[in-house]
Write a protein that binds this ligand. Structure first.
Ligand SMILES: [Zn+2]
Ligand SMILES: [Zn+2]
Ligand SMILES: [Zn+2]
Length: 241
């Protein structure tokens, strides 16, 4: 937290240093990024992301999209347009906030070369299937994603304070579930940690993770009070399926 000197913000333990939420999935020869937060460039440099075949955006809040410009390095490296998927509302906001991306006069470099695509149902990237998961985030409907690849199933919902039954039906037999659990205290647009734990119990994935944590949670103290099925993740954590 900017301007905070609490014991978590000043901790020497790297597990207490949290960048913004993002997920990188490598499966079946495809490389997918979920959200491009403001520290996206630092994240891809720190954790060695060298290729992106598609970008998926959960919603157009600043903490999930404002690192988007650095996708341009990947479109340069790969010499191709990168598809960017999001709900029609998210894509409309992206075209507005990154209006220079679509301008023809810049088509020879210096900007991300991408194709913005409205996503309202499952899409395939190679053999990887990505399904949008509508959820509540305060008054808004935003999206998580289910990823099916090579017989494995992963769910990612970083911002959410309610999951409708129709979406819960899409979260059966999950190998990995990653869910918003902002802080101990309740919040108007995010699950609290207890609400997240309860929802993760209902979903019943083989491995569960709580994300979007604030400086209210010390890594080891939080892990100690959760059971074995739920992991408190840390920046750079890799999970092999
Ligand atoms: Zn703090
Ligand atoms: Zn949000
Ligand atoms: Zn957020």
């Amino acid at each position: 937290m900017i301007g905070c000197s609490c014991n978590i913000c000043t901790s020497d333990d790297s597990k207490n240093t949290r960048r913004r939420c993002s997920l990188y999935v490598v499966a079946d020869g495809q490389h997918l990024i979920f959200d491009t937060p403001p520290d996206f460039r630092d994240q891809v440099l720190t954790f060695g992301v060298e290729r992106i075949d598609a970008v998926f955006l959960t919603h157009p809040h600043a903490d999930h999209i404002f690192g988007f410009d650095d996708v341009r390095r990947f479109s340069d490296l790969q010499q191709s347009h990168i598809p960017v998927y999001g709900s029609p509302r998210t894509i409309k906001q992206m075209r507005k906030k990154f209006d220079y991306v679509d301008r023809k006069s810049h088509s020879f470099g210096g900007v991300p070369r991408v194709s913005f695509i409205d996503q309202t149902k499952s899409v395939s990237v190679g053999d990887v299937r990505v399904t949008p998961l509508p959820v509540s985030h305060g008054a808004d409907t935003v999206y998580g994603f289910r990823v099916d690849a090579d017989g494995a199933r992963l769910g990612y919902i970083p911002d959410c304070n309610g999951i409708p039954e129709s979406t819960l039906k899409l979260l059966k037999n999950m190998d990995v579930m990653i869910l918003d659990g902002l802080r101990p205290k309740r919040h108007l647009t995010h699950f609290s940690i207890d609400e997240s734990v309860e929802m993760l119990g209902r979903i019943g994935a083989r491995q569960s993770f709580i994300t979007h944590l604030t400086h209210d949670s010390e890594h080891h103290a939080l892990q100690a009070r959760l059971d074995d099925t739920i992991t408190v993740p840390w920046d750079g954590l890799k999970v092999h399926l």
